[in-house]
Design a protein around this ligand. Structure first.
Ligand code: NAP
Length: 251
């Protein structure tokens, strides 16, 4: 069983590895044995130190994934760093909040560029490399708002519905060619992304009251799910969106 979940000898490319959920998943992958290529909008030195403390290798690429040319640079530099990428975690994401009737074009495009366009291109480019190798695991980070409408976040909701769509369409085409494509849909986690919600007492207590577990998730809570989807243990799982939400979707 230990072998089934082991990532010894594997390389994982994780976007948004510098903080929050990306940092938690990066550490989980490293603890399971994977070397990491971490991508951050800013430097990811804290994650690098934490990964290296586990004995694994960590290479950093700083890039703005909202820009098409930067996405292609990440692909190129990653494939120059290693011969083979086994795992891709498309985690980098942003959110903008404003009521729908006043939502600006800029807040629409900025979010779609990072959360959807970059995810599509990373899936296609690194996916092609995986297809050549005949194996690979892609894990996209979706959301409860891949299923629900949310409040004051129309571009985020549209992008995360799109992430679910990308996951299923790529999974369908590549299932028989050795590349599994799945998503994790986190519920409500305590990170920078949700700081405004947690600061709003009304929203925060409503959200908590709806989570059967009665607590916000932490980046540590994604370690097990991401290792499962990255490892041989999930060989027959593809096109799945795994809710890690303390029960939110069933309440
Ligand atoms: P976070 O702490 O704000 O982290 C976001 C990450 O994305 C950061 O590492 C950031 O890099 C990176 N990033 C943002 N814009 C980028 C860009 N243009 N180019 C490259 N990297 C960029 O938020 P989080 O909560 O951990 O979110 C991680 C993912 O989980 C996102 O896709 C988010 O939508 C999703 N999610 C979060 C929750 C939640 O409750 N927190 C729930 C559902 C889904 P820097 O660190 O360098 O700024």
């Amino acid at each position: 069983m230990e072998k089934m979940f082991s990532l010894e000898g594997k390389v994982a490319l994780v976007t948004g590895s510098g903080q929050g959920l990306g940092q938690g998943m990066t550490l989980g992958l490293a603890e399971a044995g994977a070397d990491i290529i971490g991508v951050g909008y800013t430097e990811t030195s804290e994650t690098k130190a934490l990964v290296e403390a586990t004995g694994r290798k960590y290479d950093e690429i700083v890039a703005d994934l909202s820009k098409e040319e930067e996405v292609y640079r990440v692909v190129k530099e990653s494939l120059q760093l290693v011969d083979k990428i086994d795992i891709l975690v498309n985690n980098a994401g942003i959110i903008r909040r404003m009521e729908a009737e006043n939502f600006s074009d800029k807040d629409w495009h900025d979010v779609i560029d990072v959360n959807l366009h970059a995810v599509f291109k990373m899936c296609r480019e690194i996916g092609n490399h995986m297809l050549e190798n005949g194996s690979g695991k892609i894990i996209n980070i979706a959301s409860m708002l891949s299923f629900q409408g949310g409040l004051r976040v129309p571009s985020y909701t549209a992008s995360k519905h799109g992430v679910a769509g990308i996951t299923k369409s790529f999974a369908n085409e590549w299932a028989g060619r050795g590349v599994n494509v799945n998503a994790i849909a986190p519920g409500y986690f305590a990170t920078a992304n949700t700081a405004p919600l947690r600061a709003d007492e009304g929203r925060s207590s409503y959200i908590l009251s709806r989570i059967p577990k009665g607590e916000w998730g932490t980046p540590e809570d994604l370690k097990g799910p991401v290792v499962f989807l990255a490892s041989e243990a999930s060989r027959y799982v593809t096109g799945h969106i795994l809710c890690v939400d303390g029960g939110w979707m069933s309440s």
